[in-house]
Design a binder for this molecule. Structure first.
Ligand code: ADP
Ligand code: MG
Length: 310
């Protein structure tokens, strides 16, 4: 770090407050942290950077919410691998004129979410400059069960499911999202998950990512897609569906499993969050949408304005 007194006292405050974990014999305060793992299954690593002026606006958003989201997006990625998050490392670049107070508020938001999931804050770096706030968070975790659940394992004939409800997140929910870590772990424990991804770009786009990586196609049922209450209820049905398909930042889990496991899940879900069957995996490597009229169309991309006949 650059070494002003303020930054040292900020790091001291972070060190006192940091979430701890039995896997961390050495956390903040030395040249590196030391982290144990439970077994020999390797380490999952993910990083996301949030930049003021690009990803958030501090005149509209509390700094605590920025810190929370910076960790939440990483935990959502871990959740999508059915991973157990264990530790976080934070790169904090503060605008010089707003300095330590802003840093404390950002870290407070981050640490409250870290507490919820028992994620240890094991280190980082703090700098200041004439530019805007930038926060980079790296999360480390461990695979569980039979190993990480990838995007590439979807099989022809699989049923496709989604947790929660989609759309309207950008009106505020994205800042207070609870990553589906618990659901990812529970589902992986209970079923043979073939493929999984977290919904960050929007269902239509993330379905395509999974289909491409798995070399399969997907048919989604328009009428089955759960639409969040945050989507404007006064819109016509096609407009509401467009939000659910395209808005992004839902941070829900999209996954596939065999029809047999799918039936078991529908009969007896291990999760408190609603889980909905929204489609199936096909052999033709195309992504499609089945309308309630029975007509099957190409899956619209984010900016789509198609008028439905239903
Ligand atoms: P070094 O010069 O060894 O890089 P620093 O002065 O940058 O040490 O940091 C001191 C300690 O504080 C290190 O253990 C580092 O990991 C930790 N640290 C610095 N900034 C943060 C932060 N924003 N969040 C968590 N830990 C931090
Ligand atoms: Mg440093």
């Amino acid at each position: 770090m650059s070494g002003s007194a303020d930054e040292f006292s900020l790091i001291d405050a972070i060190r006192r407050r940091a979430t701890r974990n039995p896997l961390v014999p050495l956390g903040i305060g030395d040249d590196t942290a030391h982290l144990y793992t439970h077994g020999h299954s390797g380490v999952l690593v993910t990083l996301d950077v949030l930049m003021e002026g690009v990803h958030f606006d501090l005149s509209l958003t509390l700094p605590q919410a920025v810190g929370r989201k910076a960790l939440a997006v990483n935990l959502s990625d871990l959740a999508a691998m059915a991973g157990l998050p264990t530790a976080a490392v934070v790169g904090l670049v503060l605008p010089r004129d707003r300095g330590a107070a802003l840093g404390e508020a950002v870290m407070e938001g981050l640490l409250s979410l870290a507490d919820e999931f028992g994620v240890a804050l094991i280190g980082g770096d703090t700098n200041s400059w004439e530019g805007p706030l930038v926060i980079s968070v790296t999360v480390l975790g461990e695979p569980t069960g039979s190993g990480p659940v990838t995007r590439s394992g979807a099989q022809v004939g699989d049923w496709m499911f989604v947790t929660g409800a989609l759309g309207g997140s950008l009106s505020g929910r994205h800042l207070a999202v609870t990553p589906r870590v618990t659901e990812g772990l529970l589902l992986h424990q209970t079923f043979d998950l073939h493929a999984m991804i977290d919904l960050s770009d929007g269902l239509a786009s993330d379905v395509r990512h999974m289909a491409r990586e798995s070399h399969v196609g997907v048919v989604l049922d328009a009428g089955a897609i759960p639409i969040h209450a945050d989507v404007d209820a006064s819109l016509p049905p096609d407009g509401r569906l467009r939000h659910a398909l395209g808005d992004g930042e839902d941070f829900e889990l999209l996954f596939t499993l065999s029809p047999e496991d799918g039936r078991r899940l529908l009969n007896n879900s291990p999760s408190n969050i609603p889980i909905t069957r929204i489609g199936e995996v096909t052999a033709d490597e195309e992504c499609r949408l089945r309308l309630s009229s029975g007509e099957v169309i190409a899956l619209p991309s984010g900016g789509w304005r198609h008028q439905f006949n239903d």
